[in-house]
Design a protein around this ligand. Structure first.
Ligand code: NAD
Length: 256
């Protein structure tokens, strides 16, 4: 039996990378999916790539904007009639620089998308899940949400904050049968990692990739599907007794 049959899921940052791979997997497992991303043109391309037109819906929105978040939660419920799963996946990288070289404006933007976005998603999804007394929220953090990494303090701070939000919401929601967990990937082959490599050493992205691969025990990046498989487990009833947890998907990085 499909693992998400008749479940309705919202996936933010769903037009690319990990979010798009998660949407494809959820659809394969019987879910109805609302993709949220910044631009309707990207969402249209994603919808075309995914197929299953009757089970896919999309809303253009910025997760850091409160009105937008209210809109996509309400629109999904109006369209599909219910909400079971929220994947707070949208996120942005930060400029590579030491703390004293970062600007306050850039710090604020990274926090706005990566932390405020997760907070707002939970704020407006939880009333529906708590009322239904079931549901699963999966917040996308990073290995940078568990360990420190130099030259990316705004991103590291934002992903650590996701852990605090996840644990707090999990404690509040647990008595209602609603679960909240976070996922912590190491470098994954997506647009974001390519942007980070290029920003760290313009014109030498391949060399930067090799350097990253040296700190991953499995010695290679993960693929979006590696993360999507974990998100599927946390969205499904197979993880019914798991909440408030941080799951690494990191090629062994956490072992050292
Ligand atoms: P990606 O850039 O390929 O996709 C992210 C998507 O989020 C894009 O489609 C983008 O348009 C969307 N997005 C960005 N800001 C948004 C906003 N304000 N509102 C709505 N949508 C927005 O990146 P990805 O690698 O698939 O990253 C997905 C998540 O995984 C992020 O939270 C990222 O921090 C996390 N992550 C990625 C890696 C990695 O190596 N790729 C590692 C650890 C964690």
């Amino acid at each position: 039996m499909p693992r998400l049959e008749d479940k309705v899921a919202i996936i933010t940052g769903g037009a690319a990378g990990i979010g798009l791979a998660t949407a494809a997997l959820f659809l394969r497992e019987g879910a109805k999916v609302c993709l949220v991303d910044l631009h309707q043109s990207d969402l249209d391309s994603a919808e075309q790539e995914l197929g299953h037109a009757e089970r896919v819906y999309s809303v253009a929105a910025d997760v850091s904007n409160e009105t937008d978040v209210q809109k996509f939660i309400q629109a999904t419920i109006a369209h599909f009639g219910r909400l079971d799963v929220l994947v707070n996946n949208a996120g942005i990288e930060c400029k590579p620089a030491m703390v004293h070289e970062q600007t306050a404006e850039h710090f604020d933007r990274v926090i706005a998308v990566n932390v405020r976005g997760v907070f707002l998603g939970m704020k407006y999804a939880l009333p529906h899940l708590l009322k239904a007394k079931s549901g699963s929220i999966i917040n996308m953090s990073s290995v940078a949400g568990l360990d420190g990494f130099g030259n990316m303090s705004p991103y590291v701070a934002s992903k650590h904050a996701v852990v605090g939000l996840t644990k707090s919401a999990a404690l509040e929601a647990a008595p209602f049968g609603v679960r909240v967990n976070s996922v912590h990937p190491s470098p994954i082959h997506t647009r974001m990692m390519r942007a980070i490599e290029e920003a760290m050493n313009p014109g030498h992205a391949k060399e930067v990739q090799s350097q990253f691969e040296q700190i991953i025990p499995m010695q290679h990046y993960g693929e979006p599907i590696d993360v999507a498989n974990l998100v599927l487990f946390l969205a499904s009833e197979e993880s019914a007794f798991i909440t408030g947890c941080q799951y690494r998907v990191d090629g062994g990085m956490g072992a050292s």
